[in-house]
Design a protein around this ligand. Sequence first.
Ligand SMILES: Cc1cc2nc3c(=O)[nH]c(=O)nc-3n(C[C@H](O)[C@H](O)[C@H](O)COP(=O)(O)OP(=O)(O)OC[C@H]3O[C@@H](n4cnc5c(N)ncnc54)[C@H](O)[C@@H]3O)c2cc1C
Length: 479
Amino acid sequence: MAEKHRSLRESILYNDLVAILGVENVSRDEVERQAYIGDVSFLGMVMPRHNMEVDRPDFIVWPTSTEQVSEVLKAANTHKIPVTPYCGGAGVQGAAVPMFGGIVMDVKKMDKILEIDETNLMVTCQTGLIGQALEWALNAKGYTYAHIPQSTYCSGIGGFLAGHSAGVLSTKYGKIASMVLGMEVVLPDGRVMRTRAVPQSAAGPNLNHLFIGSEGTLGVITEATMIIHPLPELREFRSFLYPNLHSAFEAARKIMRRGLLPGTLRISDEEESKELYKQEGAFMTISYDGFEELVKLQHRETMKIALEENAVDIGSAPGDRWWNRRFSSVYPKDNGNPLDMGRHTLNVGNVIESAGSFTYLEAAHRELRRTLLKIPGQTFMAHFSHWYKTGGMMYPYCVNSGAASEEEMVDRYFRMHRAAVEVIHRLGGTMTHHHGVGLSLRGFMREEFGESFEMLQSIKRTLDPNNIMNPGKLGFDWR
Ligand SMILES: Cc1cc2nc3c(=O)[nH]c(=O)nc-3n(C[C@H](O)[C@H](O)[C@H](O)COP(=O)(O)OP(=O)(O)OC[C@H]3O[C@@H](n4cnc5c(N)ncnc54)[C@H](O)[C@@H]3O)c2cc1C
């Protein structure tokens, strides 16, 4: 009987969705439902295969306007059906996995650039736009929005905003949170809210920040106005080899303290330097962009600091090579795809990125390495690639190999996360700088937030009392 009611409700909802979106923008096709079951995260791929806590979506919808998003959310709220927003599906933490089925809302047909305001250096677009498509359109007019994550070809503006993303130039231009001025968001009950696209405001708390990093749990972000920059006259790279990680950290600290503004500042620990550059020591690649004189001046100051820390100047070739080929290591088939790694070899490549002060970074790198290497089959190497005056981000890349079964691989995955988050929190860092929470870290949100998690939970309850928006994410109550 319950099954009969369920299928009746589904067919009523299907008809509602078709009336809102047109039959071409609603699918309950078996293959598409399977295709939208996960993102590129390890758990997003492994969990559905093991029937672990994941239902297939019942419908995939492709809205083309804010009004359609609003109508779909109203219908979903009436029927109390989960809605998981989906943009590029390139999240690496499982945030877009529709854990309780329902509707997957793919926003990629909402891909219009609405205005490029060259006088005031702003662009307004819909959020289904893929990052690189926006960048190309801006480049053609002599601008950049300077958000260049490695996933720029396969992720979109909605995913960047909802996932708190950081591009490879974030040290100079900031994370997506500091690039966005105004937003349009459809709330779970279908109401449309907008924030003002102004440089700054003192009119109470900034509501943009409620939705940045919300991972689709508080509404659907439909439009964004962001800062753009004239394309730089020059971008120039230089690399250095430091005797050890400590001296490279010291150099990074002095560079930031002196007020220099590198676009890229990437340090590899000793293991990664050996693996990627065949060098003993800690490799640093740094770039500056902008006016030629300013670029040259900043490189001269950097050189002084590097020499103080006993670095060897390696020249511009490694940085140029990295910049020109930075996407080619990511996109080839069978490379960088955790499912391929899992399916073929029972290895899992995993990242546990974190951020904290300079003091934290050094201690956490040491302690994480010591702790994680105790797990069977574990390797550990790290780089540090987003910097602030007060500290930076650490990106350990850990491969776990030799598990006897996928169950053991999943077990080691969770063991590694538990061990890593314990170290990160004990030493005063945050458990993620830009990959977000998703399925991997949702169990640690109360530890991350402490007492204030209850406040976050009550915002969720107020905005989404029926818990339709991406339920089971960000550590919120499930039902
Ligand atoms: C090869 C590769 C390289 C990567 N490099 C980087 C990097 O350099 N920097 C970085 O930060 N990340 C990187 N990532 C991770 C990933 O690209 C980011 O997490 C990105 O923000 C995800 O965007 P997406 O469009 O793929 O979002 P999705 O995976 O589709 O969704 C991510 C989350 O956002 C929500 N969401 C999507 N659209 C909306 C919307 N319109 N409104 C509300 N919620 C929405 C989803 O529900 C989900 O919770 C990389 C991933 C890969 C696979």
